[in-house]
Design a protein around this ligand. Structure first.
Ligand SMILES: [Zn+2]
Length: 308
């Protein structure tokens, strides 16, 4: 069954490798092409994430470096990989092609410069989380003790997203910023978050947040990072499915999906350790849900709720 995965960090690894990693089949990459093919991935999102240690005036260059590896290594050397640059592109992929979509995880790289934001969008960024866990000029992330909401600049970016049909991703925001986004975003989404009721972690969503997302027509894509699944830090496929069950109980059966976080996580769910193992999750889900529901989780829910 084909898969849409909303989050991986392969570009960070490719850029850190400075050309030493081959996207086609490097073992170091959980989401290399061979693994996507084996796991039946239909579209993989690739996050641009800039390490916090990089100095502010070098962050935009670091974002461009990651886009360089996306264009030249991921796409340039693998003819099956096709960049998604607009929402209709999902419908144009051929049988043997895999869609590749750029996303931005934290807007630190643009400083306060909306022109840089516009350039990243022109290069193909279609989904943006305003923060990672830290605070920046747009908002506070989930790990920032201050916990403040959107700045005026952050609101300007959400308006830009609304105008350009860019998803506004709430996954790393602090709660106050989450509610600010929900008030103004036309296309909110949580690309890689689980339920806080089942695992009390700052990166997870409360039931109130999850319901608000479903009420607004947004999606929640569950994340495969064990510390976001169980407080013990270890997790099985069944444990991950409990988060999906819980979101379904809140009305999300047609609004949930997957955002693995492969290549960004250091511990793994057993039997779901990289993209090649995706069908293990699908086969387990088919024991509890109808084929149509599982197709929804795997790709159709996202297709149904993408901007028109
Ligand atoms: Zn993340």
């Amino acid at each position: 069954m084909k898969i849409i995965d909303l989050h991986c960090d392969a570009l960070m690894k490719l850029a850190d490798g400075k050309g030493s990693l081959s996207y086609a089949d490097s073992k170091e990459l959980d989401t290399n092409k061979a693994r996507l093919q084996k796991g039946e991935t239909f579209v993989q999102c690739f996050a641009i994430f800039i390490d916090l240690d990089i100095k502010s005036d070098q962050k935009f260059q670091a974002a461009l470096d990651q886009i360089y590896y996306f264009k030249n290594e991921v796409l340039g050397k693998n003819h099956e990989m096709k960049q998604i640059t607009k929402w209709e592109d999902f419908d144009q992929l051929k049988e043997n092609e895999i869609g590749a979509m750029l996303t931005l995880e934290g807007v630190d790289a643009i400083g306060n410069d909306i022109q840089k934001y516009s350039i990243l969008h022109e290069l193909g960024v279609l989904s943006v989380g305003l923060t990672w866990n830290n605070a920046n000029l747009a908002a506070d992330g989930a790990g920032e003790p201050r916990g403040a909401g959107l700045t005026s600049f952050g609101k300007e970016l959400v308006q830009f997203n609304n105008q350009h049909k860019i998803l506004t991703d709430v996954s790393h925001l602090c709660e106050k910023a989450f509610w600010d986004v929900m008030e103004i975003a036309k296309y909110p989404i949580a690309s890689h978050s689980n339920s806080k009721v089942l695992c009390n972690h700052v990166r997870n969503l409360t039931d109130q947040q999850a319901r608000a997302m479903f009420d607004k027509g947004g999606l929640i894509h569950v994340v495969f990072n064990p510390p976001f699944i169980n407080e013990s830090g270890q997790a099985s496929i069944s444990d991950l499915i409990k988060h999906m069950d819980h979101f379904c109980s809140l009305g999300g059966v047609e609004q949930i999906g997957f955002g693995s976080d492969f290549d960004g996580i250091s511990t793994k769910i057993s039997k779901l350790e990289n993209s090649s193992m995706y069908q293990n999750l699908i086969n387990e889900l088919l024991k509890y849900y109808s084929e149509e529901q599982v197709q929804g989780f795997a790709y159709q829910n996202f297709l149904n709720h993408r901007p028109e």
